[in-house]
Design a protein around this ligand. Structure first.
Ligand SMILES: Cc1cc2nc3c(=O)[nH]c(=O)nc-3n(C[C@H](O)[C@H](O)[C@H](O)COP(=O)(O)OP(=O)(O)OC[C@H]3O[C@@H](n4cnc5c(N)ncnc54)[C@H](O)[C@@H]3O)c2cc1C
Length: 302
């Protein structure tokens, strides 16, 4: 005999609230609207969630998933909600679980050149803290001042320095994740050399919250290079000539630490926004940074 159970909205929310011991559960319309629909993009796929949960601990994450399992509620994970591809938007009657307030830098180890962070740590804040100790965090999406390391890991975010240091995937060494069934997994570690077994860590990187909820990330930190980097912009006739120049630069022995190519439409948009006149210089623009100049490195030469 099949037994059907029906629960009303209040019963579900009451149960959910009991599972969230450290964080907060919001069901007011303003909060739900704010977190269900991205300000960066509009999509018909998005819908109003029934609860927004601000998780403060891994136990909260497990609790939300327990409630979701019990009532068969879809779960969307959200970090700082800067996504431009609706991956963090709500769907109708879902739970949105936010890891934005799980934002502690747990450790910065100079000796091991790693940082261990909670997902809500802002990319730029981690970089700033690392720099106080002579290191830096390389992945630099344009959203660096406002996106979280958890969101960066879930989207494999990259930026201008990807050409030299790789995207987020290349800088994640280990993860803690909670699966939909509530199990917590510890993946990878804190060493550069991780040579055996399946690379589940990097399966989760870029998985946009579809495989589990990231609750801790161990990332590489790099030593700040000596000297002063050279940064500039160069203009080309079109994207074709720019691409040829980039290929030449990359095999020239000058190792760029940043490259970003902008086409004519993007340059025109910048001109319109900032009142510049870059378009007058050519149909494409390359922002570049090369490694450090030798002059400052001389402090080590006696
Ligand atoms: C001005 C601006 C510039 C940008 N520039 C870049 C850029 O240069 N490069 C780039 O790659 N992107 C860029 N983006 C897009 C966006 O910032 C990145 O995708 C960023 O990594 C998202 O981080 P977030 O903390 O905002 O995550 P959210 O937007 O909250 O979530 C993004 C995705 O990750 C999932 N997710 C979030 N947290 C977790 C978690 N704890 N566990 C599992 N899954 C999770 C979500 O479900 C969603 O699918 C930009 C966005 C803006 C607004």
């Amino acid at each position: 005999m099949t037994v059907f159970a029906a629960f009303d909205h209040d019963e579900i929310i009451d149960y959910l609230k009991k599972q969230v011991k450290d964080g907060k559960v919001f069901t007011d319309e303003d909060t739900l609207k704010k977190h269900s629909f991205s300000p960066n993009v509009t999509s018909e796929q998005s819908g109003l969630a029934s609860a927004f949960i601000e998780a403060h601990s891994t136990e909260d994450v497990k609790g939300v998933l327990k409630a979701a399992r019990k009532f068969h509620i879809p779960v969307i994970t959200q970090d700082q909600f800067t996504s431009t591809v609706v991956g963090a938007d709500g769907i109708t009657n879902s739970f949105i679980i936010s890891t934005a307030k799980m934002n502690k830098i747990k450790e910065i180890s100079k000796a091991d050149s790693v940082a261990v962070v909670e997902p809500g740590v802002i990319n730029g804040d981690l970089d700033k803290e690392a720099r106080k100790q002579g290191m830096f965090y390389a992945p630099d999406p344009g959203s660096r001042p406002m996106s979280g390391i958890g969101g960066n890991a879930a989207t494999n975010a990259g930026g201008m320095s990807t050409v030299k240091y790789g995207a987020t995937r290349d800088n994640v060494l280990g993860l803690k994740v909670v699966l939909a069934d509530g199990r917590e997994l510890k993946l990878g570690g804190r060493t550069l050399k991780q040579t055996f077994s399946y690379d589940l860590t990097h399966l989760f990187v870029g998985s946009e919250g579809t495989l589990g909820i990231i609750t801790e990330i161990t990332v590489k930190l790099m030593p700040i290079p000596l000297g002063t980097p050279l940064m500039g912009i160069a203009f080309f006739e079109d994207m074709g000539t720019l691409a040829k120049a980039v290929a030449d630069i990359r095999i020239s022995g000058v190792y760029p630490t940043m490259l970003e190519a902008l086409d004519a439409k993007t340059i025109a948009a910048i001109d319109k926004l900032d009142g510049t006149n870059y378009s007058a210089n050519g149909g494409s623009m390359l922002i570049f940074q090369t490694g450090c100049q030798h002059k400052s490195s001389r402090r080590f030469v006696k």
